[in-house]
Design a protein around this ligand. Structure first.
Ligand code: DON
Length: 554
């Protein structure tokens, strides 16, 4: 079973499974295919995380997050008067961090796959070379991103048809990307990081004022990390969650929230009392995200303390049984977890979102997919260009570059494009990976594979993925209902409860009476999950209807 945002990409995965590939082979095929058919988020010029859990019980987290180039520095986006050049970290060459996708996919394939890179890349190469019909969804997203794409000559050439937006049904061919994919299939990641692709990218960066050099590309390494694990006993079953460690904030946040909620009765999301508890858990874990979380290879991250059930108990005790807390009163960092260092949290003087700050961007700029093969190997993968179509820059070799630099704390005390305030621990530093919310996650029930999940959505990733887990593990919803259920999101700052438009109006009014300020959003997250039927072992693909995801099995 393969579930992704795009039918053609899910089919690419199934094509590899049918040829005897395992879940990792299929996942790599899906990722390369998404780079062709879902260019706003699928990528080879970005980065992400792949969580692998093999049927024999081994699990690994492939961290292919982008990295700051060597010449990056903490104040690189501040003007001489200290104000933020907001576009610097979000559009154009200077916003680009060293891409990790090609290294990550190659590492995953080499370590856990069974097939050759050229074989799993074949569907992507075919889609780029022969083209595919533009969907309504792709046409709309290309149209929405015109203002940014128009600014860069290769983006105009690739993503416009003779200067005008592609229409649904037009055939979209990407010959330059196809040629690059062919070179990667032949010479592997060495081509991307040291070969012709790397040389062209470094030349272009030097010409256009970007920071990435050949040395940066040559030094990039994907890393295999230990995933985080937590366990919960729910309704007579023992659940184990395998999730994302730093530089993701998502795994820590989800464990912390599930720990807070462990003894709390949850009914459903029409029950204001249940929503209240989840929202207050979200508020507190996002306050900790703001205070402590960063790339743990560069900063001390108190993972043990934050994920300790006793710490969750302390946080739970600060939640009023009925009324909304105030984010201002909670402040960054809640009570300090035991392994935090003296002096943190670093975010002591927070400023409210200024009028000049960019507002939250909705869109589908990240993409998650899930794969489970016949043997029970599973993959949860989330990867991104950050913003829709990343930095807006398409390289001369035909692929879009990320603007992941904006996930760093570009200006301490000020929110980023997702309204997230982050700490000094996440300041820009050479070779450092920016803090992410992406959190591919796998659940086991009584030792057996049960749920594979993850989402796009900036900070909404954490809330959407957490809710999918609560829906499946705690509320016992069926797989599709767990994905369809209305979502809500609270990220500490701003002190707003976001609810999807499908959220119960009556419940929203009741929450307002408890002190919540509510704002509606069209969608929060976009989950592409696979659940395993505990009775039959059947793989239940649950694609998100919010963005017309596609579950394909055989
Ligand atoms: O890594 C992160 O958390 C962000 N770069 C993800 C961006 C995102 O999900 C935008 N999506 N809709």
């Amino acid at each position: 079973m393969v579930v992704s945002d795009e039918q053609l990409a899910s089919e690419a995965g199934v094509e590899i499974l049918k040829k005897g590939g395992n879940a990792v082979d299929a996942a790599v095929a899906v990722a390369f295919a998404l780079a062709v058919v879902d260019p706003q988020a699928g990528n080879i010029g970005g980065g992400g995380f792949m969580l692998v859990r093999l049927a024999d019980g081994r699990a690994a987290f492939v961290d292919y997050r982008e990295e700051a180039p060597k010449h990056a520095s903490r104040n690189m986006y501040l003007r001489s008067d200290g104000t933020l050049d907001a576009e610097g970290s979000t559009v154009g060459y200077r916003s680009v961090a060293v891409p990790g996708t090609v290294a990550g996919l190659e590492l995953a394939l080499k370590t856990y796959g069974t097939k050759k890179l050229a074989e799993v890349m074949a569907p992507a190469i075919r889609l780029a070379e022969q083209g595919f019909p533009v969907s309504e969804k792709l046409a709309a997203s290309l149209r929405d991103s015109q203002p940014t794409l128009q600014r860069f000559s290769m983006s105009r050439r690739v993503f416009l048809k003779d200067g005008a937006p592609y229409q649904p049904g037009d055939i979209f061919r990407q010959p330059k990307l196809a040629a690059t994919l062919r070179r990667i299939a032949r010479y592997r990641s060495a081509e991307f990081y040291r070969g012709q692709t790397a040389h062209k990218l470094a030349d272009e960066m030097a010409r256009a004022g970007g920071l990435i050099t050949l040395a940066d590309l040559g030094a990039y390494k994907a890393k295999i990390r230990e995933p985080l694990r937590a366990s919960y006993d729910v309704n007579g079953s023992h659940w184990e969650m395998i999730t994302s460690p730093p530089p993701s904030s998502g795994g820590i946040a989800a464990i912390e929230a599930l720990n807070i909620l462990a003894p709390i009765e949850l009914k459903d999301w029409q029950d204001a009392q249940s929503v209240h508890w989840v929202v207050e858990a979200m508020r507190r874990v996002f306050a900790d995200r703001a205070a402590y979380l960063a790339d743990a290879d560069f900063a001390h991250v108190p993972v043990k303390g934050l994920t300790d059930p006793r710490y969750a108990g302390e946080l739970r005790a600060t939640i009023h049984p009925r009324l909304a807390s105030s984010s201002k009163q909670i402040g960054a960092g809640n009570p300090a977890p035991f392994d935090s260092v003296e002096g943190s949290p670093a975010t002591s003087s927070l400023e409210p979102r200024g009028a000049a700050a960019p507002s939250f961007r909705e869109g589908n700029h990240t993409t998650h997919f899930s794969v489970v093969d016949a043997a029970g190997n599973s993959v949860a993968n989330t990867y991104t260009l950050n913003d829709s179509y990343g930095s807006g820059v398409t390289t001369t070799t035909g692929f879009l570059l990320n603007d992941e630099m904006d996930d760093f704390t570009v200006q301490p005390g000020h929110p980023n494009m997702f309204d997230l305030v982050q700490s000094d621990a996440n300041a820009i530093g050479p070779g450092k990976r920016p803090l992410s919310s992406m959190m591919p996650t796998i659940l086991l029930r009584d030792g057996k594979l049960s749920f594979v999940t993850g989402s796009p959505g900036g900070p909404g990733i954490i809330s959407a993925t957490l809710l999918s887990i609560l829906n499946w593990m705690r509320l016992g919803m069926d797989a599709q209902a767990a994905i369809n259920a209305p979502r809500f999101h609270q990220q500490w700052l701003p002190d707003v409860l976001y609810v999807e438009t499908t959220f119960s109006q009556a419940t929203a009014r009741e929450l307002e009476q408890r002190g919540y300020r509510i704002t509606e959003r069209d969608w929060i997250g976009n989950i592409e999950a696979i659940a395993i039927d505990p009775k039959t072992g059947e793989r239940l693909g649950a694609a998100d209807p919010r963005r017309q995801g596609a579950a394909v099995g055989y």
